[in-house]
Design a protein around this ligand. Structure first.
Ligand code: 6GU
Length: 247
């Protein structure tokens, strides 16, 4: 999959994605990342691409024209209407479901916002585009958000993870949080690893893990449980979890 990134700070993104699983995915050509510097599309000798908001107020906005030019250039080189993501806290929430959907396409243009955001007209003028936010908080720019989105999508691509099942087991992949994990030693300050995990009984282990997954999600993220609509069997498992954890 190819990511074309339009940004003012390419180094900030490239330094966040050059290690570990992402670094390896780039090396192994699971993903390709292209950087487009927005300043190259400025129409003045100062290479500025931002200006003050009409109506007053703090901060600066990214201007529509350089951005549209940069997007058109990328699209014209591929003769395809490549989807565009504008990163902004005003966007739709990015979720595992969004990541899965994007992992099915072969090229994506991601625009990192800075300052107070974009001139609103880009959203009307750039077709096949959406505004995306990574959460209900504000960070200083879209570069870190871009790295987050590339990471979430790349994990889902064949060949990115050592173990193909890792992504399937991730939290959220089934609309639930991941179950708890334990490693050696068997006892830490009086707290033992749950007996079942030492039993070697894989059926029992899987059942325990699923129960924990539903239960922990219920405890910490009731919103996810509501959204998922538990089956009767899952409802029963959750009731067992609640009973197990009383007192
Ligand atoms: Cl995409 N950008 C910024 N600046 N803040 C955010 C965000 C993006 N998503 C959540 N907060």
């Amino acid at each position: 999959m190819k990511f074309t990134l339009i940004t003012l700070f390419p180094d900030e993104i490239s330094s966040s994605i050059s290690f570990g699983i992402l670094g390896r995915a780039i090396k192994n050509k699971v993903i390709e990342v292209d950087y487009i510097s927005l300043r190259d599309y400025s129409d003045n000798k100062y290479q500025s691409i931002d200006d003050k908001p009409y109506g007053g107020g703090p901060g600066m906005l990214i201007q529509a024209e350089p951005l549209i030019k940069a997007i058109n250039k990328v699209r014209s080189e591929s003769n395809k209407n490549i989807p565009v993501i504008f990163l902004t806290p005003q966007g739709k929430l990015f979720t595992q479901k969004t990541a899965k959907a994007y992992s099915q396409i072969n090229q994506l243009i991601i625009v990192s916002g800075r300052y107070e955001g974009f001139d609103e007209r880009v959203h009307e003028l750039v077709d096949n585009s959406s505004e995306i936010s990574i959460g209900d908080y504000v960070i200083s720019g879209g570069e870190i958000a871009t790295a987050v989105i590339i990471d979430a999508i790349t994990r889902l691509l064949p060949g990115a993870l050592g173990d193909e099942n890792s992504a399937k087991q991730d939290s959220f992949s089934e609309g639930l949080l991941d179950y708890p994990h334990y490693t050696r030693p068997e006892e830490v300050e009086g707290i033992k690893v749950p007996e079942v995990l030492l039993s070697g009984n894989h059926n029992a282990i899987n059942q325990w893990r699923f129960k924990q997954s539903i239960g922990k999600t219920f405890d910490k993220r009731p919103d996810l449980i509501k959204k998922r609509n538990l089956t009767d069997e899952e409802e029963e498992i959750l009731n067992e979890y609640i009973k197990d954890n009383k007192e």
